[in-house]
Ligand binder design. Sequence first.
Ligand code: ADP
Ligand code: ADP
Length: 236
Amino acid sequence: MVILDARNIVKVYGGSSGEGATKALDGVSLSINKGEFVAIMGPSGSGKTTLLNVLSGIDQPTSGEVSISGEEISEMSGDQLALFRRKQLGFVFQEFNLLDSLTVKENIILPMVLEKKTAADMDTKVHGLANLFEIDSILDKYPYNISGGQQQRTAVSRALVNDPAMIFADEPTGNLDSKSSAVIMECFEKIVDELSTTVLLVTHDVFAASYCHKVVFIKDGMIYSSIVKKGSRKEF
Ligand code: ADP
Ligand code: ADP
């Protein structure tokens, strides 16, 4: 079942034509199935972040259409899009983006607080995720007292609390050493395998991409090839 469908996406920064305009995406079409684990790779400046932002409704395309779970997000107003993102999508960033004034647990449940979920629901959810990602022992700590890998596992938990249809991650291992990168990629692998979540990430990191089912290569704003892996990573 197709969960994300993008057709002929063009994104131009700095006006639609003329001097100073940058065509960051030049006719990208892409389809992702539910439960797929996809990496977008490409050189710096190739349009990876722009593509992730357009596919996830953070940014609007100059032209082209994007639908997620059958809803045309490219036709939504800013408010509709913000609501859709909050309810349906989860985000993970290179810089973790945790709030330093909140504990790990408070960071994780923040999206549930915004959705006015019950305290009992929040408790069940946070303990389930903390157990899955082995962060039970740090729930009452603050982000500045835990490692980068633990911060990113907190961010992945936060991205998952409202049971999103899809997770989008921009360079999720970009600030991590290779051991923590492996742990984070195993977390994504777990949510794909055990929760059937769909994950799309952008990365420079070949090791991170090796966990994905499919790798899409982008250059100069165009997809120039993609590879689909047969079997699981563990079979190599
Ligand atoms: P990548 O993530 O692959 O490094 P980006 O999507 O960040 O690539 O950028 C693609 C191109 O678009 C680059 O030429 C970049 O300089 C340009 N670009 C990205 N964001 C903006 C912006 N907000 N305004 C103008 N140009 C931008
Ligand atoms: P990444 O490599 O992760 O895509 P960049 O350093 O390319 O990060 O971009 C960081 C931020 O700067 C992004 O928000 C992007 O949209 C913006 N940006 C990138 N290139 C330009 C540009 N030429 N003009 C204006 N903003 C830009």
